[in-house]
Design a protein around this ligand. Structure first.
Ligand code: UDX
Length: 437
């Protein structure tokens, strides 16, 4: 099929690349000329495992192309996906400016007698589909189209895999004609398809992400009880996770959830519920617990180091999670800034996130950056694990200890086995686990 994706960010680019890999002809539209030039030159603006090969292969096979022209994309394609950002506003509600603008652009590009399916892939508040349809109609009285909601559930770091092998495909539709076309788009993916009305599909996205955030906050709240009682949150998570009704995934206690989706989507869902007159206080508690994790971690550091001022601290990890270069809304970054604010001297190392942390000025210039994890710990009075990169697990711990001034480790992601840390002679603080001394 001929498909158009408007917006070449994380969701748009990965979706475009995967659709073309499945044999569709895809036009990716982005209004940022620099980004399109970069993609034409074969450079990928984001790091995502597997994406580069996918883009190169499908560009060479002439199934994937990039343009700044919405008209071009709409002319060529039966189905037009909207994958533009829906950033949060200061009050937590969703800024719909980009979606509205794209709806107008599509309206202006639609030609009489040319039926198109307009699919919203961006995360949007419930009832957005109705507004997109009304906007297109307002700006183009003769347009023949249907609007579909088709939320995306991909995770950064395994976006290609998530898209190629999804748990489910949600199609929110009020038109059989459009639903049939969507089924054809997804036929090569061999995943279960759930067809719903448009509003339910839109709600599924916010409800799913908020539930996963709730799961994380739940285990983090349990981790505080474990610390107060001497229990081990990892064993508790294993024990409750073995119940198939609960499941072990997203029960990893840590510094809390970050990234571009969970914080924003929980906030948005609270705002949406408020606006509908049904306040969702449970989610406010989810946010409160998430914010409390970093404070508790800092208290733990003060417990181990007494005063943080003038302490030399190594931080491993800057990205909001492993296997991505994304440092936005990262608790690792928040932690570094808090340590600096308390007068500590920080040397950080991250396999992929250092460049963007500097480029986007997310960490102060006083933070030193190391080329290797081992270089970061030289003479350090404490080591902090802020992101659970695999690389950190495979370190030579005898060498790490010998480089450090004091063998104190604060593990914000429960990456290490306490018994091993004891063997190497570290004083080891983790989340929701007894301190190893
Ligand atoms: C998430 C959803 O998983 C995805 O379905 C949606 O489309 C976008 O939002 P993403 O933000 O890429 O994906 O990352 P995810 O792997 O879900 O992690 C989000 C945050 O939660 C990270 O900061 C991670 O460290 C944290 N997390 C995750 C935990 O603290 N504990 C866990 O058990 C799992």
């Amino acid at each position: 099929m001929d498909l158009c994706i408007i917006g070449s960010g994380y969701v748009g680019l990965v979706t475009g690349a995967c659709f073309s890999e499945m044999g569709h002809h895809v036009t990716c539209v982005d209004n940022d000329q620099r980004k399109v030039d970069m993609l034409h030159a074969g450079r990928i603006p984001i790091y995502e495992p597997g994406l580069e090969e996918l883009v190169h292969r499908n560009v060479s096979a002439k199934r994937l192309r990039f343009t700044t022209s919405t008209q071009d994309g709409v002319d060529q394609s039966q189905v037009i996906f909207i994958a533009v950002p829906t950033p949060p506003q200061p009050d937590g509600s969703v800024d719909m400016t980009f979606i509205e603008k794209v709806a107008r652009e599509i309206a202006n590009a639609l030609k009489p007698g040319q039926y198109r399916v307009v699919v919203d892939k961006s995360t949007v508040p419930v009832c957005t589909g109705e507004r997109v349809a009304a906007t297109i109609q307002r700006y183009n009285k003769t347009a023949e189209f249907d609007v579909i909601s088709n939320p995306e559930f991909l995770r950064e770091g395994c976006a290609v895999e998530d898209l190629m092998k999804p748990d489910r495909i949600v199609i929110g539709s009020s038109s059989d004609r459009a639903t049939d076309l969507m089924r054809r788009v997804y036929a090569p993916f061999q995943a279960p398809v759930l067809v719903t009305d448009i509003n339910s599909a839109e709600l599924i996205k916010h409800a799913a992400n908020s539930f996963l955030s709730l799961k994380i906050s739940y285990i983090n709240a349990v981790s505080a009880i474990c610390e107060a009682s001497g229990a081990d949150v990892e064993l508790v998570a294993d024990g409750i996770g073995m119940d198939r009704r609960i499941g072990r995934q997203f029960l990893n206690a840590g510094l809390g959830y970050g990234g571009s989706c969970f914080p924003k989507d929980v906030k948005a869902f609270i705002a949406i519920a408020e606006e509908l007159g049904v306040p969702f206080n449970l989610l406010k508690e989810v946010e409160r617990i998430n914010a409390a994790q970093l404070e508790r971690f800092l208290r733990k550091m003060r417990d181990g180091l007494w005063v943080l001022k003038e302490k030399k601290i190594a931080v491993w990890g800057l990205t909001f999670k492993p296997d991505t270069d994304d440092v936005r809304n990262s608790l690792a970054i928040d932690l570094v800034n808090r340590l600096i604010a308390e007068g500590a001297s920080v040397t950080a190392y991250d396999p992929k996130g250092m460049e963007k942390a500097i480029e986007w000025k997310l960490i102060p210039a006083s933070v030193k950056l190391a080329k290797t994890p081992l270089e970061a710990v030289a003479d350090a009075e404490a080591l902090v694990i802020a992101t659970e990169w695999k690389e950190f697990q495979n370190q030579d711990f005898a060498a790490v200890k010998s480089q450090m001034h004091t063998p104190l480790v604060f593990d914000g992601r429960n990456l290490f086995d306490p018994a091993t840390m004891k063997e190497f002679g570290f004083i080891y603080y983790a989340i929701g686990r007894p301190v190893v001394k």
